[in-house]
Design a protein around this ligand. Structure first.
Ligand code: ATP
Ligand code: MG
Length: 180
């Protein structure tokens, strides 16, 4: 599985539609302070289902929508699409290429799509669970996260180990079954 492309539009500083091709061998993104590097990694986390506005450096989710600049009006919609090469079927799907997209309007209305079909957040969460790419996973480590793992409670640390080992999903299914 490999990150192929990221398309961002109306998300944070990316007012215009911007496409980034992650060609093989690409290992980093560089740019001056404030040019949008962190916004790119936040776009990746957001499209994969991030629910915390705070962890995206905002106070409410619509803060991620382009807020305008000296010469541009604010926008009403933010959209991000990520395309993954899944020829190795690392993600449990028959598709060899997966495009996950998420859009949010200022009104609060939002939607997710998987390969162009409307879907629920739950479908995306299930697809990514135990892949190491889902919410709260460890493919994306933001500043302060390493410290928080060291300082976390034993139960939280256990969740981290279970997620890495791939058993977290089954414990969640079991807990749900027991509740029902
Ligand atoms: P550094 O090297 O300092 O870490 P960076 O390249 O990671 O910088 P970012 O933090 O990604 O930069 O980008 C910050 C810029 O994004 C700021 O100029 C900020 O005003 C802009 N920005 C953030 N949210 C929005 C928004 N909703 N609308 C417009 N611009 C935004
Ligand atoms: Mg940064």
């Amino acid at each position: 599985m490999r990150l192929k492309t990221l398309e961002i539009s109306g998300f944070k500083s990316f007012a215009d539609k911007t496409r980034i091709d992650f060609l093989p061998g690409m290992t980093g993104i560089v740019g001056p302070n404030g040019s949008g590097k962190s916004n790119i990694s936040e776009a990746v986390r957001w499209v994969l289902g991030e629910q915390s506005a705070k962890s995206l450096r905002g106070s409410k989710m619509p803060d991620i929508i382009f807020a305008g600049s000296a010469d541009r009006h604010p926008l009403n919609r933010a959209a991000v699409a990520i395309t993954l090469d899944n020829t190795d079927h690392y993600l449990k799907s028959d598709y060899t290429e997966l495009t996950i997209s998420r859009a949010l309007y200022r009104s609060g209305e939002s939607n997710y799509q998987l390969n162009g079909q409307d879907c629920r957040l739950k479908d995306i969460t299930e697809l990514l669970m135990d892949s190491g790419m889902g919410q709260d996973s460890f493919s994306i480590i933001s500043q302060g996260r390493v410290e928080s793992i060291f300082n976390s409670k034993p139960e939280d640390r256990r969740n981290i180990i279970e997620e890495v080992a791939g058993v977290y999903k089954y414990r969640k299914h079991k807990e749900k079954a027991q509740r029902e």
